[in-house]
Ligand binder design. Sequence first.
Ligand SMILES: [Zn+2]
Length: 470
Amino acid sequence: MFMKRIKALIFPLILVGTLVAAGCAKKSPDATGLVKLTDRVYAMVASGPTAAEGLGANSGFVAGDDGVLVIDARYTPQLANDLLKAIRSVTSAPIRYVVNTHYHPDHSWGNMVFKAQGAVIVARPETRDALLKYSPAYLEFYKERSADVYELLRDVRITAPDTTFGDETEIDLGGVKVALRYFGPAHTAGDCVVIVPKDKVAFVGGLLSNGYHPNMGDPGADFDKWIAARDRLRASKFAYVVPGQGKVCGAAELAAESRYIATIRNQCEQDIRKMVPLEQAVSTIVIPGAETYLQPNLLPFNVQAVYRREMMRVVQPDFAIDLPAEFQIADGGGTAKLGFIRWAAELKEGSLEIDTQWKVTSSREVIVQDVADVVARYSKTGNVDMKIEGSKRIDVGGEKAIASYGSWALKSAAGIPGRGVWTWTLVIRGDKIYSIRLVADAGGDRKGALENLAYLEKLASTFRIKPRAS
Ligand SMILES: [Zn+2]
């Protein structure tokens, strides 16, 4: 049951999100802070990965005769004000636009500073929607769990984009034109790249983290399209690529990050096929070349995100199941003879797990054996005390099924205390047996655990167990 470990795996709320094109080496900056790329184009390269440094997120600006366009507004009001000062050290032209390459807080929470200067904030519609949807919860998270970081963010007023654009738009700043192009979904659903065509500069936002682990956990991410987007960028032969994080770079770094993504995906696919549990997949991942990348806390987060994404594709469950958004795939694996997927959710009043298995069988005898057997095994070998208390009928996808039920508690004093109730249902369809285990925890409160279990049973009644046509 190990719920706490599963929780730790699924809820690390992480916000995030050597150069040089051949022949440009002399001009290529290998610096942090304000970096002049061309007469009109500047990058603001974050000094490091800490919250005070903006989680490593870069920004930049293009200075025209008639106005300035800012690319990404940085993470905190302080950092946005630093950027404003840097702009003023170069030009006194009005700041007309801020483009958010995507919605992640380290790229958008400084919007308020530029809005106060009269700038129009521009982004893709997906970016505006996600910024409005997720930002309040992110801020709340810091407020509750990270006083140090919240101190940097307490003055943030979430400021959404004022206007959105389609696949492409062009902005004339007077003497220099800037193109905004949609490259999503990739790192997020709404990735946008800001290009200064004449100067061959591209600000690629979340599409590239140079020397940092990329953040692959966004719900809107699309890994195939992300790699394709990088290929398009490489083909464009920009003189300077300003990544979302890390130093200004070129085509080689775009390729390196595509290899990173491919490595995680291949490893996760193999692990799922071999039924290696997620926790082990996380602890054994090796990505050649990424050993020195900054923000290493993102690596386990990335493996979890990819493993869960790949799960449904690799395992191809035999049944349909619709779960509310708070449930995430926590573990699983599968072969032709046995498949299993575990979903878990942490709710305010406790945590919930739905564990489904299916296997080929021809004997109903196996049902009783399975439950008794597994319960005995837990009690003997694990640190979980799991008891069968009886059986009852529950409704699974419109069908009555016999379910065993009981209670569980962690034995080990060293473990995080946990107790709750479970029920285990077996359903036979054709030559397959499906087992559905529901586990509810309410922090030691049995009444709460029973309420959670009732909720899980209601969810189980929406399962549609339909064997795939073979
Ligand atoms: Zn990001």
